[in-house]
Design a protein around this ligand. Sequence first.
Ligand code: NAD
Ligand code: FES
Length: 276
Amino acid sequence: MPSRILKKRSLIPGQTSELTLEAPHIAAKAKPGNFVILRVCENGERIPLTIADTDKDAGTITIVYLVLGKTTAHLETLKEGDEILDLCGPLGKDTDIHKHAGPVICVGGGTGIAAMHHIAKGHHTVGNHVIAIIGARNKDLLLFEAELKRFCPEVLVSTDDGSYGHKGLVTELLEERLKADPSVAEVVAVGPVPMMAAVARTTKPFGVKTVVSLNSIMVDGIGMCGACRVSVGGKTQFACVDGPEFDGQLVDFKELSSRLSAFKTMEQISYEKFRS
Ligand code: NAD
Ligand code: FES
């Protein structure tokens, strides 16, 4: 189904943008953890993007993307009022959200912070005490801090270069928080694969339930093509229908990284052609 861009906000100029899309059918059903698959033009590839927010009354959804290759570069050329050719969703299983006695820590890295925002909001809505831990390479690349502060009583920030907040990685803040507070009920992580793997390693000694949201390559998004397969606890799972969220202690992150980089050369050639 086509979808009109109602609002476009540049979050990091030339690199990351937020689109508010007219999608009443998706907004009515979408839950935290769900994603959409979009196709910008007739011969375009299908890419999955996690829903960062919804407004059921306005009939809109919000997505945030990092300009990484041909499709996201094409998306970046669209303006308010333009249409995306196909928008399909909501897809994927909803995040398992219920009231916990202890706090829930939501960790977001880079563009993953926007996707984590919807999950954090869901936990807040059921009454959980949500601690957000967000990190970026530097201050200018940090997203959604103000949005998270609207409902998270604690927002802890790290930057790799120390330009804002703690100098270092999100996992250092996470480890400190877990040591200080044994009542943490659950940790959710969304971001680059090395970050999600590091979050799972950090939480393991504490025995805290750890959920990661996987950004596998997807084609159909309905469990038929096998493109998004991942190994979880030694079993093959399809991120689009069995996930995208899985137990972080059981995910084979090495295999996931290798599958994500399988088409890197072709993706680079296609991106260069688009830019020339
Ligand atoms: P990035 O590489 O700049 O990393 C952001 C932060 O993550 C870092 O500042 C650091 O705090 C943390 N981090 C990174 N590597 C780490 C490691 N090895 N150990 C501990 N912490 C680490 O992030 P980026 O360039 O903005 O990339 C964002 C990634 O998030 C992309 O790969 C994108 O595909 C992914 N993403 C995933 C989803 C999802 O639903 N899973 C949604 C949006 C984006
Ligand atoms: Fe095709 Fe998941 S995207 S099976």
